[in-house]
Design a protein. Structure first.
Length: 533
């Protein structure tokens, strides 16, 4: 089978310590990647945001739903691991789907990654701003929309600047922030369990049972609602893989960091979920449907008024750290797309001193602010609708990645039981589950009554309308770039679909050539005619 490939950008790849796209090689290690993967999920904020709603939907079975939601995430993490092993590209889904399913599917997968950051970064910063005012009892400022917006914008600007300054400082900062929030969450769970065992819990507390870890026995509607919410709180771990070209042991460590992130998240979420339900009881938690203050209330009840503020600190840290790390996938994906000719060459610009994709990073941060500020000033519910739309985009590009893995590795799947199960079956099951959730969620969100704002656009509920608008914008940009872009873009869209990993590469003997065009081709419109068979 013939497949088209064009040379990676010949920017500064020949320099010591600089990769083909100009990024700094070996900038971070496994622990740094793990920290980035965990931070991107915003564990404290994510759990606080959805645990009340999951409890409303399924009661004491909430930990079982968190366990079930982990399954497609872990299977897709396996797909990321095996694809990164043979194609270490910071564009991840974009590069892999382009190889396996063609340039048009690859473009849309990359576009989905870029838009997720735009939709969510402002919300993360907004939550951090609100809880900062809470922490210091600045009640007047907390009630001021203007004060919240200003502080959130400051947070986004600062986090964007840190991402520009360097990958190392970003990753090292995440070590501290991630360790802090996960440690606080686990401290809360341990103290809650100790008090329950000692009989020092309130009368409404419930003795935890192993049956809580089973999702069986839940009505279908509640199960679906819970899993849709559960999948959202695992999203973000793949940021570690977006830094693969800047990581040590780039073909293994980032993928392992992604897998390890999902497991650590599972253990943290289940432990805290069980502790909350057991200590507070169902009635008290159900009050916090769609209310992230449940962790703050739980912290005060378990740790006391003073130490309880640690849970507020955890949510603040969670939002700030995730606001920063969520910028990384969009900036690296846009870099990879530009290097391949799928976006304007400006997105492939690397800062000469910091060796980061400064232009793409600033654009992602700026667009996030432009989306957040008017949305927040119009209605806080609009931000919640944006997060609902986010779940559709997540399911879309995760599902594409799982399918692309099975397609790209198809000639290797029957060489061993391990390949068949972990590279073929598991990613396909993960993709199938997420695709099913995508359609079920879209059907649910088509009803305006299912949205936070209760409004509609084009006859659709606002979350689905937002997702449709962003998807449509991506299609328009793709077609426009294909028809009116430079010759290098034509070379990208002329790539053939359904490539397969070469056997020697699958066996660990090298990697596939990067999807890209030389700088001369991008600037002069002259394409590299090399082909691989």
């Amino acid at each position: 089978m013939e497949s088209a490939s064009v040379a990676a950008p010949a920017r500064t790849g020949g320099e010591e310590g600089v990769g083909d796209k100009g990024l700094k090689k070996d900038a971070i290690g496994f622990v740094d990647g793990l920290s980035v993967g965990l931070a991107s999920t915003a564990p404290a904020y994510s759990l606080a945001a959805v645990i009340g709603s999951i409890v409303v939907a399924v009661g004491v079975k909430a930990p079982g739903i968190l366990l079930l939601s982990f399954v497609p995430m872990f299977f897709i993490a396996a797909a990321f691991y095996y694809m990164n092993r043979v194609d270490t590209d910071c564009g991840t889904t974009f590069s892999w789907v382009t190889r396996a399913m063609g340039p048009y599917a690859g473009f849309l997968g990359g576009w989905a990654i870029c838009t997720t950051g735009i939709l969510v970064i402002g919300s993360l910063a907004d939550v951090s701003a609100l809880f900062l005012f809470d922490l210091f009892d600045f009640n007047d400022l907390r009630k001021s929309d203007l004060a919240n917006v200003v502080l959130a914008v400051v947070i986004i600007v600062v986090m964007t600047a840190i991402c520009v300054i360097g990958t190392e400082i970003s990753a090292h900062l995440q070590r501290v922030l991630t360790l802090g929030q996960v440690a606080i969450l686990l401290l809360f769970a341990v103290v809650a369990f100790v008090k329950i065992a000692a009989g020092d819990a309130p009368a409404a507390s419930i003795d935890p049972e192993l049956s809580w870890l089973s999702p069986f026995g839940v009505e279908y509607s509640g199960l679906l609602t819970g899993v849709l919410l559960g999948v959202f709180i695992y999203w973000g771990w793949e940021s570690a893989v977006n830094l693969s070209e800047e990581s040590k042991d780039s073909s293994r460590a980032p993928g392992l960091a992604g897998l390890a992130s999902t497991v650590i998240l599972l253990l943290t979420y289940v432990a805290v979920g069980v502790a909350l339900i057991a200590y507070l009881g169902l009635d008290r938690i159900e009050v916090f449907d769609d209310n992230a203050r449940v962790l703050a209330v739980g912290g005060n009840a378990v740790l006391g008024d003073e130490l309880g503020k640690l849970l507020i600190v955890a949510v603040i840290i969670s939002g700030i750290s995730s606001a920063q790390t969520t910028i990384l996938p969009g900036s690296r994906t846009s870099l990879s797309m530009a290097a391949a000719g799928a976006l304007p060459r400006a997105f492939a610009r690397i800062h000469p001193r910091y060796l980061t994709p400064a232009f793409g990073t600033i654009v992602v941060g700026a667009l996030a602010i432009l989306w957040y500020v008017p949305g927040r000033l119009i209605s806080e519910n609009f931000l919640f609708d944006s997060l609902s739309a986010l779940s559709l985009l997540i399911a879309f590009y995760y599902g594409l990645t799982g399918l692309a893995c099975a397609i790209y590795w198809r000639h290797e799947l029957f060489r061993s039981a391990k390949n068949f199960i972990f590279i073929g079956v598991a990613p396909l099951i993960g993709a199938g589950m997420l695709t099913y959730l995508l359609f079920e969620s879209a059907r649910d969100l088509s009803d305006p009554k299912a949205s936070y704002s209760g409004t509609e656009l084009f006859g659709l509920g606002m979350p689905l309308a937002i997702a449709v608008v962003f998807a449509g914008l991506g299609v328009i940009l793709m077609i426009g770039w294909r028809l009116f872009g430079p010759p290098a873009s034509g070379e990208f869209f002329a790539r053939r679909a359904f490539e397969a990993v070469p056997h020697d590469v699958a066996m660990g003997e090298g990697k596939v050539e990067a999807i890209g065009v030389s700088e001369e081709a991008a600037d002069a419109g002259v394409t590299d005619e090399r082909r691989e068979r």
